[in-house]
Design a protein around this ligand. Structure first.
Ligand code: NAD
Ligand code: UD1
Length: 333
């Protein structure tokens, strides 16, 4: 199938592009490079030895996007393009609504004009908000606590309304938990611009000497070691989830939400321990106060994806840490 990846030069998109190209699909990336580098295209091509199409453009440019969809004879779209920093979304909410919500409206209009109706959307576990119960299943109430999360929920709502109005649409909203890890080649990985917020990129910057040490945000949570626990999911498992959703959608019209998580949770100290084991390094760290807005723990019930998509996360925390270490090491040189 010819598949367009909006935001395909980014962290999750580049790994998904590799998997799709390696499983015989023709991949075209559409990205404005606001949070990625053009060199990622060469890296994807190096890993896959496949010709990957690329158009530099903004998803809000509806005409340009529609032209690419027609010219490349696209059969399905994976929509990853978006701004994703939770803290920044509170400082610049209108930028986030314009980029994420308006960008998604523009994409749907371009797809309508090109006659394409298969869409996989990158949503987030952040749509659930504070847990009423754990693990979160797809029926858990949604009450996001920040503008980024509200963007994701608005897009999900819009896609559901679209699928009700036009029964031809086949849509999956994939609610990612905490994507981490890198491709086993070490050629691609998470490469955020500026100061990262998420745990693994921060560890990467400590290793590379950009940050002096890791601040652990609180060790007084009600968890076994007192640090926050999360459902870390390897980015290549996540890539497999996109492929599984695309295949399943072919015979399942409508709009469907799926949790993509491992179903397990690990603490900050667990992750640090596994990273130190994988790298042979000691990561300087100290405990500081809790980060506002952080939850003690959250993790997925991912049974729906297993039952319907035949998808399950396979990689372990050791796999996550050893692949991250490969990428951090190679980006250091
Ligand atoms: P990323 O920033 O690495 O990739 C996003 C890509 O989208 C970048 O290459 C960026 O240049 C591009 N982009 C942004 N706005 C665009 C626009 N208007 N037009 C065209 N391209 C645009 O982020 P990622 O981690 O790969 O995340 C991909 C998607 O998954 C995002 O929608 C994000 O919200 C979602 N998500 C990510 C996480 C995570 O922790 N990484 C968790 C849950 C959901
Ligand atoms: C963050 C976002 C969440 C988003 C997710 C994507 C916030 C409040 N939440 O969640 O909406 O969906 O990223 O992956 O920003 N930690 C440290 N030191 C650090 C960084 C993190 O101790 O320098 C801890 C955190 O307190 C947390 C764990 O590591 O316990 C994971 O943090 P992070 O990677 O930022 O992910 P989330 O907090 O789950």
């Amino acid at each position: 199938m010819n598949i367009l990846l909006t935001g395909g030069m980014g962290y999750i998109g580049s790994h998904t592009a590799v998997l799709l190209a390696n499983t015989g699909h023709q991949v075209h990336i559409y990205d404005n490079l606001c949070n990625s580098s053009p060199s990622t295209l060469e890296r994807i091509q190096k890993i896959t030895s496949k010709d990957i199409g690329f158009t530099e453009g903004d998803v809000r440019d509806t005409e340009k996007l529609a032209d690419v969809l027609r010219k490349e004879k696209i059969g399905a779209v994976i929509h990853l393009a978006g701004l994703k920093a939770v803290g920044e979304s509170s400082q610049k909410p209108i930028e986030y609504y314009a980029n994420n919500v308006q960008g998604s409206i523009s994409l749907i209009q371009a797809m309508q004009s090109a006659g394409i109706n298969t869409l996989v959307f990158s949503s987030s576990a952040t749509v659930y908000g504070d847990p009423i119960y754990l693990p979160y299943d797809e029926e858990h109430p949604t009450k996001p606590t920040n503008p980024y999360g509200r963007n994701k929920l608005q897009i999900e709502d819009m896609l559901r309304d679209l699928s009700v109005s036009d029964k031809e649409w086949k849509i999956s909203c994939l609610r990612y938990f905490n994507p981490v890890g890198a491709h086993e080649s070490g050629h691609i990985g998470e490469d955020p611009n500026g100061i990262p917020n998420n745990l693994m990129p921060v560890i990467g910057q400590v290793v590379n000497g950009i940050l002096p040490s890791l601040n652990i945000f609180g060790n007084d949570y009600d968890t076994p070691d007192g640090t926050g626990k999360r459902d870390y999911i390897h980015v290549m498992d996540l890539a497999e989830g996109h492929l599984a959703a695309l295949v399943w959608l072919q015979s399942n019209p409508g709009c469907h939400n799926f949790n993509l998580g491992s179903g397990d949770s690990y603490s900050v100290l667990d992750l640090l321990y596994h990273f130190e084991q994988a790298s042979g390094l000691k990561i300087p760290h100290q405990v500081v106060g809790r980060r506002p807005g952080d939850l003690p723990e959250y993790y997925a019930k991912a049974d729906k994806a297993e039952k319907l998509l035949g998808w399950k996360a396979k990689k372990t925390l050791s796999d996550i840490c050893s692949s991250s270490w490969l990428w951090i090491k190679s980006s250091k040189n």
